[in-house]
Ligand binder design. Sequence first.
Ligand code: ZN
Length: 108
Amino acid sequence: MSARDERLAANEAFFRQLNERLEELTPAAASALIVVCECADEDCAQRLTLRQEEYEAIRAHDTYFVVAVGHVDSRIEHVVRQTDRFEVVAKRGAAADVAEDLDPRSAA
Ligand SMILES: [Zn+2]
């Protein structure tokens, strides 16, 4: 994997960690969760609104990330789910390894 691909994957993993914190801070009674787009663009801070169960379904896979519609980087990931509010991507190859290594939920 190139240094650039590694950086892209690390950036997405960083936003996933941020979103984990946002979820923790969201009251369980709240029906919607505001998360930040987890795409590879480090300047992107687009907000996405997901239901808690939608977010949990994504987090159940350590190589899945949620991104805004059109923010998919096809060099390192492919779309596994598409809605009119967000897309879910799965990392592949070396980028998936980085995603797994940096998954806050698998570290425990
Ligand atoms: Zn984005």
